[in-house]
Write a protein that binds this ligand. Structure first.
Ligand code: NAD
Length: 479
């Protein structure tokens, strides 16, 4: 343990504020297992303070001309660029992903800020003169008021950025509750927003857990709640927020399938599968979790994957720049994954590469990359989200059966196909009931101009984050 981990507070009304709660939780460096900070488990009263500040700030911010708001976001983008190395190191320190993965995390977030800088174009209303005799009609887009965001541990930079830059570009003020496992990146984002000229109270951060989330979902002065995390919490947040009259968008978990057709390019497909399955130690909502080889593609796929997995450098990410895969987020995640591998084995899956027996760093929360072969649709491991470096391998008869596998889990985030056959690709794109589809792409995560479009129990709500749906979510129309 470090000598004195920093005690974090909240960021309310443009200043650091101590939480009213005496309770703290530990924030770890997952690469070493050391405690690097302590995060307050704030109370409903802390939320009330943040919402009061956000509400007061809204009266001026909601009236500020859209180009003035964009001007502040332009300066914010410049500051994020200037602090890029510091921010990426911070993401690696508290999340454990490699520096290259942290760069991707922060970069995707900055791209949303860039999109938000141009929000004025999307905030324009519509008009139709003479819609009826001597009657002209026009519509405008108005901000909602105070909006809230609740985010997961796995993208400390990108996921908060899916929310607050668009919300404030539209004239709303914001209260962010980051994951208690990675609170420092969000606190830094709030400080930089103030430095960019963001008025106090426009962006607030309240750290904590369930009590904070429940107050955000029920507070009478919050108009809208954005949530990203696991499906069971997403569903609960959606129901609670809706019961309290709020607009809610709640993105949940996933079980993403990768289908390999016999004509797929072997080398680029292998690279894409490895990146999708083991990038960010498998802790991505778009992680490829099952690979399904069809016909001849099934032969040899396990051997090739086993060789690639065996060659991976699994090392601490804070001290070893050559690390290709870092730790999982905490000891509980590691233990849950080890138990899931054992459970899959007892269901009949074969362990083709065993992350449990591999030599791993002796500190931190590491799980070696693992391959489960011979997985069938009736096994729990075929439909449960594992959220770690464990890839299942199955062999359905044909493309129709593979598409059935995708639907069986009930999730609907992403699905990808590797093929050079246009008809197979088109059939897959049309028939796979998922919100994000890739053809010869391992991780079909949309960039900021498109919405992040999960379906089924991967998303609760109507309007997704990012893109034009994000603008619609954070505004209401007046005609
Ligand atoms: P999580 O659901 O445990 O936590 C998400 C947020 O909810 C955190 O801020 C946490 O403090 C809060 N929370 C947790 N339990 C709660 C409860 N009982 N009541 C109220 N609030 C609660 O998720 P996580 O472990 O941080 O993140 C991993 C999950 O997020 C995975 O399921 C992953 O697929 C999902 N995810 C989804 C997307 C997407 O776009 N669909 C993106 C990233 C992550």
């Amino acid at each position: 343990m470090t000598a004195s981990p920093t005690d974090l507070g909240n960021f309310i009304g443009g200043s650091l504020a101590a939480s009213k709660s005496p309770g703290f939780g530990d924030v770890f460096n997952p690469s070493s297992g050391e405690v690097i900070a302590r995060v307050p488990f704030s109370t409903a009263l802390d939320v009330d303070d943040a919402v009061a500040n956000a509400r007061e700030a809204f009266s001026a911010w909601g009236e500020a001309p859209a180009p003035r708001r964009a001007g502040i976001l332009f300066r914010y983008k410049e500051l994020l660029e200037a602090h890029f190395p510091e921010l990426t190191r911070l993401v690696t320190l508290e999340n454990g992903k490699t520096l290259a993965e942290s760069e991707g995390d922060v970069r995707r977030g900055i791209e949303v800020v860039e999109f938000a800088c141009g929000a004025a174009h999307l905030l324009k209303g519509e008009s139709l003169p003479q819609i009826s005799k001597e009657i002209d009609a026009c519509s405008t887009r108005e901000p909602l008021g105070v909006c809230a965001g609740i985010t997961p541990f796995n993208f400390p930079a990108m996921v908060p950025m899916w929310m607050f830059p668009l919300a404030v570009a539209c004239g709303n003020t914001f209260v962010l509750k980051p994951s208690e496992k990675v609170p420092q990146t969000a606190m830094r984002f709030a400080g930089l927003f103030l430095e960019a000229g963001g008025p106090p109270g426009v962006l607030n951060v309240v750290n904590g857990g369930r009590e904070v989330v429940e107050r955000l979902c029920t507070h009478p002065d919050i108009a809208a709640v954005s949530f990203v995390g696991s499906s069971h919490v997403a569903e609960r947040v959606y129901q609670l927020g809706c019961q309290h009259g709020k607009r809610v968008q709640a993105a949940g978990g996933a079980k993403n399938v990768m289908v390999v057709m016999p004509d797929a390019n072997p080398d680029s497909t292998l690279r894409a599968i490895m990146g999708a399955a083991f990038g960010c130690a498998g802790q991505r909502c778009m992680a490829g979790s099952i690979v399904l080889g069809i016909g001849e593609a099934a032969a040899g796929i396990t051997k090739r994957l086993r060789e690639a997995v065996g060659a991976m450098k699994v090392l601490p990410t804070d001290t070893c720049p050559e690390s290709e895969m870092g730790p999982v987020i905490d000891a509980a995640a590691r233990d849950r994954l080890l138990a899931s591998i054992a459970a899959a084995e007892s269901e009949g899956a074969r362990i083709a590469a065993d992350g449990r027996s591999r030599t791993l760093p002796d500190r931190g929360f590491f799980v070696g990359p693992t391959l489960l072969d011979g997985v069938t649709p009736d096994m729990n491991v075929a439909s449960a989200e594992l959220f770690g470096p464990v890839l299942s391998i199955g062999c359905p008869e044909n493309l129709d059966d593979a598409i059935e596998w995708i639907h069986a889990s009930g999730y609907g985030n992403g699905a990808v196909i590797f093929t050079q056959n246009g008809a197979a690709a088109r059939k897959f794109v049309r028939e796979a009931a998922c919100g994000m589809i890739g053809v010869n792409v391992g991780v079909p995560a949309p960039m900021a101009v498109f919405s992040f479009s999960g379906w089924n129990k991967s998303f609760y709500g109507d309007l997704h984050v990012q893109g034009s749906e994000g603008i619609s979510f954070y505004t209401r129309q007046k005609v």
